[in-house]
Design a protein around this ligand. Structure first.
Ligand SMILES: C[S@@+](CC[C@H](N)C(=O)[O-])C[C@H]1O[C@@H](n2cnc3c(N)ncnc32)[C@H](O)[C@@H]1O
Length: 464
């Protein structure tokens, strides 16, 4: 982006301009240029010629909303299959054909990594989703009570708004979720279930969460609520479970926080099991209500294949799996390595990982509960891993973690990321020539874990 001074900004709030869209942004928006100045337009598509109204002006870019689509390119703009697409904040790119979504993600990533001066062949073509619809294995819907009728609404928020959409059918989720959520809407008045209202501290329910094992078919329903005091709770959950035999359990998670974090620290199993099993290749994995698990199971399997190829194991290696969640990567590499150590801060995820280790009769994997930044030094000194897998949350790695890895004997890093912005930052540190023995980026594989959204997963191979 050019360093435009405030003086030379060619647009102002409320101004109406004609704009041609060039590409998609890593955002809700598409990008056009007005007198060389970047203008971002929500729900724009490449090839659009638009009449837009400027809504916000910043030093380096402006935002605008579409008033009229004057012209569009049929290769890039289609009618979104979901009738709620125009208002729902759940997906952002349904108005682009799937192959064009892939093209735009590839382009975006090339731009993110442009400062790293990579050779052309380092960034590999994106791996497409074999199932671009109904792929999500988890839903987490906030709820509201409709004042006039007392009925329950559940769904995603409208984009740029706190208004909740009552979603009856979501195209990107496992089909079971629509049915289970609908049953809860129907039964809510009978069991006097109302949505929690943080302002006047009334009501009970905050979120309805369902997750599913795609290969086992097992499903788990979790009500995130302000407390566990629901009269007739046994009768209620029995009725829900009898209508959906896929449900192996129902939990209440208690969340009294005032933040927007979905889950509270305590989960109570009300009926059945507090977890599901999933089968990934020859592994049987335990997944509890609040543990992390990749949301796109089929693409997660491709992710594991890439990691395995990058690791290129001979059987003698020790691997550190940092930010290991429920141990998916550790367990899938176990039979090809000598020893694997996983570090994860969420206790429930570690308990799941340890359960899965036993369930699969694996003996060379060891998990540590704690923050990576607090535990990594000890593991590097004691176990001397040759390879480290970094799969941090969206904020990326703590700088201290990267410095510790740079100063260690680790020869290979496999960095898995769902946020190209923090990934590019962290790769800049790991490859900085001013560091002693920095790493070199050998390969970057993009993988589409999140069709119809702007999100994209990257796996990067770095070697000394
Ligand atoms: C993107 S997930 C990856 C999980 C796992 N590798 C997988 O593929 O299933 C990131 C994980 O890092 C954990 N986490 C976040 N910050 C952490 C920290 N500072 N130390 C340890 N774990 C952390 C989260 O709880 C989450 O399980």
């Amino acid at each position: 982006m050019s360093k435009t001074t405030l003086k030379s900004i060619p647009v102002s709030e409320g101004q109406i301009i004609d704009l041609k869209i060039d590409s998609m942004a890593y955002d809700n928006a598409a990008i056009g240029r007005y007198k060389d100045f970047v203008v971002m337009v929500d729900r724009g598509a490449p090839g659009d010629v638009l009449k837009v109204s400027i809504t916000t002006v910043r030093p380096n870019y402006a935002r605008a909303k579409i008033l009229e689509i004057v012209e569009s390119n049929a290769d890039y703009r289609i009618d979104a299959p979901c009738k709620l697409f125009k208002v729902c904040g759940g997906c952002q790119w349904q108005h682009l054909p799937y192959e064009k979504q892939l093209e735009q993600k590839q382009l975006l990533l090339k731009n993110f990594f442009s400062k790293l001066n990579l050779c052309d062949d380092v960034i590999k073509p994106i791996i497409e989703a074999s199932q671009p619809w109904n792929y999500r294995n988890k839903v987490q819907y906030p709820v509201r009570t409709i004042e006039d009728t007392g009925r329950l609404k559940a769904g995603y928020f409208e984009w740029h708004s706190n208004d909740l959409i009552n979603i009856k059918h979501c195209h990107i989720q496992n089909a079971l979720f629509d049915k289970v959520v609908d049953t809860i809407r129907e039964l809510a008045p009978k069991y006097k279930i109302t949505a929690y209202n943080g302002k006047n501290k009334t009501g009970w329910l905050r979120h309805i969460c369902v997750r599913r094992g795609i290969f086992t078919g097992e499903a788990l329903l979790t009500f995130v609520a302000i407390n566990d005091h629901l009269s007739s709770s046994q009768k209620f959950v029995s009725e829900v479970m009898s209508m959906h035999p896929e449900l192996v359990g129902v939990c209440f998670n208690i969340n009294t926080n005032t933040t927007n974090v979905i889950y509270g620290p305590k989960t109570k199993v009300i009926k059945g099991k507090g977890y599901i099993f999933e089968k990934i290749n020859d592994l049987k994995l335990k997944i509890s209500a609040t543990s992390f698990f990749q949301v796109n199971t089929l693409q997660a399997m491709k992710l594991l294949e890439i990691i395995n190829n990058y690791a290129c194991l001979k059987g003698s290696e020790t691997i550190l799996d940092a930010y290991c969640g429920g141990g998916l990567i550790s367990l899938s590499l176990a039979k090809y390595a000598k020893k694997i150590i996983g570090i994860e801060e969420v206790k429930q995820s570690i308990e799941d990982a340890q359960y899965s280790v036993k369930e699969n009769a694996i003996h060379n994997v060891h998990f540590i509960n704690g923050k990576v930044e607090n535990k990594i030094q000890e593991v590097l000194e004691k176990d001397k891993p040759e390879i480290i897998v970094l799969d941090p949350p969206r904020i990326g790695c703590n700088k201290q973690v990267l410095e510790t890895v740079l100063n260690s004997g680790v020869g290979k890093i496999i960095y898995v990321s769902c946020n190209p912005s923090t990934l590019a930052r962290d790769l800049g540190i790991l490859t900085n020539n001013e560091n002693n023995a920095p790493f070199t980026i050998k390969s970057i594989q993009l993988i589409d874990m999140f069709p119809h959204s702007y999100h994209v997963e990257c796996v990067v191979l770095l070697e000394r």
